[in-house]
Design a protein around this ligand. Structure first.
Ligand SMILES: [Fe+2]
Ligand SMILES: [Fe+2]
Length: 208
């Protein structure tokens, strides 16, 4: 699957400027923290890692389902859904998966990482397309289908095993770590991270 160079395609949903203004940090106080439409999905009263992930699954399914039903996909809605998807994948790959790695979870974790790679490749393709491109709709349907399948796999096969590996207290501590990373990512247009992650699947090594 070929990924277009977003920096050079002015029609791309997520066109990245080649040159950033460089005087931003010298013009006054930092802008207020953005609160995207997906923010509420990341703030949860339950810090249990599994509750946090399941809540994001439902939010992702809701947002991608709305995109599929839209007569015309608004770029800002697609960006918001993409940011949530990449935030979710990132907190799983960098915090959750390494923390729950054990003999009984390893096979499904490795399979999950391959499914993430597939999601990232379709998403990276879509970020390089205009939302009215004829290829955008079919890719959106594939992405939404893959997403639902992946969530079901995690919820039916991985999470029950994780509950045997980590007790409630450990899951709550992990949930807090994952939330902290999600908060950090919120300010970095996380969807753009996939552009450098389409070659190979992530590993289960713990990340700093
Ligand atoms: Fe996942
Ligand atoms: Fe997930």
């Amino acid at each position: 699957m070929q990924v277009r160079d977003l920096r050079r395609d002015p029609r791309a949903v997520d066109c990245v400027p080649l040159h950033r203004p460089h005087n931003r940090s010298h013009t006054g106080p930092a802008p207020p923290r953005p609160h995207g439409p997906w923010r509420s999905a990341l703030v949860t009263l339950h810090m249990d890692a599994i509750d946090l992930l399941e809540s994001q699954h439902r939010q992702l399914e809701k947002q991608f389902s709305a995109l599929k039903k839209a007569d015309a996909v608004r770029p800002e809605d697609f960006k918001a859904a993409s940011d949530l998807l990449v935030t979710h994948i990132t907190i799983e790959e960098q915090r959750f998966y390494p923390a729950v790695q054990a003999g009984r979870t390893e096979d499904i974790l490795l399979e999950s990482l391959e499914e993430h790679l597939s999601l990232k490749r379709v998403l990276a393709d879509m970020l390089a397309l205009a939302s009215d491109d004829p290829q955008f709709g079919p890719k959106l349907h594939v992405l939404a289908e893959q997403l639902e399948h992946h969530h079901k796999e995690e919820e039916d096969h991985l999470f029950p095993k994780v509950k045997k590996v980590l007790d409630t207290k450990a899951r709550e501590k992990l949930g807090a770590d994952m939330q902290a990373l999600a908060d950090e990512l919120e300010h970095r247009a996380p969807r753009k991270l996939v552009l450098d992650q389409t070659e190979t699947a992530a590993t289960l090594e713990p990340k700093a």
